[in-house]
Design a binder for this molecule. Structure first.
Ligand code: ZN
Length: 276
């Protein structure tokens, strides 16, 4: 079991968690709230001067934990697979420019072909962008997604599958992002987290909660303590591997996006200290 979190020093917030804010607002408001870890979603980088953003991050004492997200490699259409490669190369450049050590990959799936075929294309895609990632010093984190997304968002749906792919690729630049939302149900989770850590593949840890009932399978994630995930038990397993990175709060929620985001940030801090 994890020891209780005493402070906010390992708290990171994903910019999409506070979707109503642009990147500047995220930086300023997180910093003012005593939160210094940030994972930047690419939607808030669009149209921004990235070196100016990098300066702003420095000025406000923010550490960029990851950029989200690359991936979406599989397609029955060759042009689409190529477009995905180009987009991922751009994502690696963006991560480099904001000094993010990790690019998170939501790997993708195409329902017109088998999951096995999609997984092959994911592996091919990662191998095609790997040298650019190495040159940029940006690590690639395969994020397994809950099986309910196997039709369209990811053909990698368990930590076992993600571990296997990372081990096959066998590069210090390819690892895994563990997200409690996607993996909490897995009876092999503790074992697979251990395996992930032992192989040096545990690159990121994402937290939120699973609402019961869940009203929307994309935008109804809960805040820690709202639902049925034992987040602190899973954090304990992650920390048992020697992981000392950030606990990243990643919540897509129409309900919370409708709130005053400053108040919401306070709720996040409380839930973080109490239920993470
Ligand atoms: Zn995640």
């Amino acid at each position: 079991m994890a020891t209780k979190l005493k402070d906010l020093s390992k708290l990171c917030v994903h910019t999409l968690t506070t979707k109503p804010w642009d990147l500047k607002q995220c930086i300023k408001n997180y910093s003012a709230a005593g939160i210094h870890g940030i994972t930047i979603w690419r939607n808030v980088l669009e149209g921004q001067n990235l070196s100016a953003m990098r300066e702003l991050l420095n000025d406000y004492g923010m550490e960029v934990v990851s950029v989200a997200r690359g991936g979406f490699f599989p397609s029955v259409k060759k042009e689409k697979r190529q477009a995905a490669i180009d987009d991922n190369l751009w994502a690696i450049d963006q991560a480099f420019l904001v000094r993010a050590p990790v690019l998170v990959l939501v790997c993708g799936a195409d329902s017109r072909q088998s999951l096995e075929k999609s997984r092959e294309q994911i592996q091919e895609g990662i191998l095609r962008i790997l040298s650019q990632a190495k040159n940029a010093g940006v690590k690639l984190a395969i994020e397994p997604l809950h099986p309910m997304y196997a039709g369209d968002r990811s053909a990698i749906n368990s930590l076992e599958q993600a571990n296997q792919m990372a081990e096959e690729i066998n590069s210090e630049f390819v690892g895994v992002a563990v997200d409690v939302y996607h993996l909490w149900w897995d009876n092999n989770l503790q074992r697979e987290i251990q395996r992930c850590g032992q192989n040096g593949n545990l690159f990121a840890f994402h937290v939120c909660d699973w609402n019961v009932p869940t009203k929307d399978f994309v935008n109804d994630r809960g805040l820690m303590g709202d639902g049925c995930i034992n987040v602190s038990q899973i954090r304990g397993w992650v920390e048992d591997t020697g992981f000392s990175g950030y606990n990243e709060v990643e919540i897509f929620s129409d309900k919370y996006w409708a709130m005053d985001q400053i108040e919401y940030l306070e709720k996040i801090k409380n839930a973080y200290l109490k239920f993470t």
